[in-house]
Design a protein around this ligand. Structure first.
Ligand code: NAD
Length: 495
């Protein structure tokens, strides 16, 4: 690895990005790629860009190491996950700084908490994986069946750039804990923090059990999803690429878990805006929108529906608080909001804002970001628009930027219909202090994860997965990990 930034400790020299069979290798075709810091548009590091040959060798190594790894006791595999979690904690600050520099996600508000979560997640799987149990079924005198949960084989995990560390930890914990071997492909824009944890993992797992390939989606991701020896692909990313993965896996009757995009609603009831509750509700709306992650979250509550009777009061406070958020260098402790990941995403977010404003949206705060040619860093200002129709592109499509669409509502049936009027079904937020309302509304919203009076991230132990086109399958909880990463074997015995 070559480096060009002294304020962060990048993965050590020799960490090529391609870790196969317990050793760092140079990609067979010698290709490299540059990782940039989006806050300054400056190069951060150059790493290997793997392609099909490298992916095939990683899959071969993972296949060869599978028979011994699957036979290891689950608690022994769990101990290795806990060791990795503890090593991450020991190097937490160093890893968080790399994460902030490559993703543009502010150190204090996002990158440091994400690094802590990655360690917690690994310790969670490490502590619970011995629950890989089966069932016993008495079938009559002298006859019974028992089941065991068998690992699937080689797992290919493909992750995006927006929360790379915690997603890497989730995939490592679930796949390796359940006795599968793994090839992890990080996103090309944010592989460095993941490589930092690969560096820490290198001498924990036996050779070939944990492998990593850095490279583009087309050159490294696609060959991983089409390789006949990959039993399961665990994919987190966009709907468009999710479809390609689903096709590739279907072709060989393989398995896939797909964690895709979202366009999540956030509904505010009048009783959540009383003097006693309004501050918590306003903070919740801003947290749900993930403004501190530049809105680059699959679970962003990007469609805000506020009851008409409290609209003025709620929106005045939301706008006021959003304007107080400080935008700047992700590594600066004073920064609340960092930068958008790359020029393509920045341009796309800018187009969404421009299109909404040109179509007549009323802007409550924010403006069209600087043109990509002149912007010194990809800093977006949070934008809140109203006066739009639910049929507009900004209401329908995932912007994946700090753009919140807000509309007043009057009738509950109507707001529920708006909330469900999307191809996605990942998350939803409801703010009310009436439990009956909460139960009635959550029952009617089609989403995988609903939160009432809370807008934080996932917590280890909870099941997480999307409804509708937000995905197939659930991950995160130990039950979901067992369901997604093992198959049941039945043994029937006639004594
Ligand atoms: P993306 O789909 O462009 O890329 C994700 C990963 O897929 C990257 O590693 C990329 O290299 C790889 N990839 C790209 N083309 C590929 C191909 N043809 N074959 C195989 N792999 C390929 O997504 P992104 O822009 O990196 O991430 C943003 C998206 O991820 C958003 O839609 C967001 O909602 C989604 N996301 C979902 C969740 C969730 O839990 N549901 C979490 C985070 C992000």
């Amino acid at each position: 690895m070559s480096t060009a930034n002294n304020s962060v400790v990048l993965p050590a020299a020799g960490i090529t990005g391609l870790f196969v069979n317990g050793e760092w290798r140079t990609p067979a075709n010698g290709k490299t790629m540059v990782v940039e810091n989006p806050c300054f548009r400056s190069p951060l590091a150059t790493i290997g860009a793997s392609d099909k040959d490298d992916v095939d060798s990683a899959v071969a190594a993972a296949k060869a190491s599978f028979p011994a790894w699957r036979r290891l006791a689950a608690r022994a595999r769990g101990a290795m996950l806990i060791e990795l979690g503890n090593r991450i904690t020991a190097h937490q600050e160093e890893i968080a700084r790399v994460l902030a520099a490559e993703t543009g996600n502010a150190l204090r508000t996002q990158s440091r908490p994400e690094t802590q979560s990655a360690a917690e997640v690994l310790r969670y799987y490490g502590g619970t994986i011995a629950e890989q149990k089966g069932e016993t079924l008495p079938l009559g005198p002298g006859l019974f069946s028992y089941t065991t949960r068998e690992p699937l084989g080689v797992v290919g995990a493909i992750i995006p750039w927006n929360s790379p560390l915690v997603l890497a930890a989730v995939k490592i914990g679930m796949a390796l804990g359940t006795g599968n071997t793994l090839i992890l492909k990080p996103a090309e824009d944010a592989p460095l923090a993941v490589l930092k944890i690969a560096e820490l993992a290198a001498d924990i797992f036996p050779a070939g059990v944990f492998n990593i390939v850095t490279g583009s989606g087309i050159e490294a991701g696609a060959p991983l999803s089409t390789n006949e020896d990959v039993a399961k692909v665990s994919f987190t990313g966009s709907l468009e690429v999710g479809k390609l993965i689903a096709h590739a896996v279907a072709d060989r009757i393989g398995r896939a878990t797909l964690e895709l995009g979202g366009k999540s609603p956030c509904i505010v009831y009048p009783d959540a805006a009383t003097p006693e509750h309004i501050d918590a509700t306003v903070n919740g709306i801003i947290a749900a929108m993930r403004f501190a992650r530049q809105g680059q979250s699959c679970t962003a509550g990007s469609r805000l529906y506020v009851h008409k009777s409290v609209w003025d009061e709620v929106m005045t406070r939301v706008v006021g608080k959003v304007r107080e958020l400080r935008i700047g260098d992700a590594l600066d402790e004073n920064t609340d909001i960092g930068a958008i990941i790359n020029i393509e995403r920045y341009t796309e977010v800018r187009n969404f804002i421009k299109e909404a404003i040109d179509s007549g949206a009323e802007v409550l705060t924010g403006s069209v970001p600087a043109s990509p040619e002149t912007a010194k860093g990809f800093y977006p200002e949070p934008v809140i628009v109203t006066g739009v129709d639910n049929s507009w592109r900004v209401c329908k499509e995932e912007v994946f930027g700090p753009v919140l669409v807000a509309l007043p509502w009057e009738k509950e049936e109507e707001v529920i219909q708006w909330a469900n009027d999307t191809v996605y079904g990942l998350a939803a937020y409801v703010f009310t202090n009436d439990l009956t309302t909460a139960l009635r509304v959550t029952e009617q919203i089609d989403a995988g994860w609903l939160q009432v009076n809370r807008a934080g991230g996932q917590i280890p132990g909870m099941s997480y997965g999307g409804a509708k086109r937000s995905g197939i399958g659930a991950e995160y909880s130990i039950e979901s990990a067992l369901e997604s990463y093992t198959s049941r074997k039945s043994v029937t015995i006639n004594v």
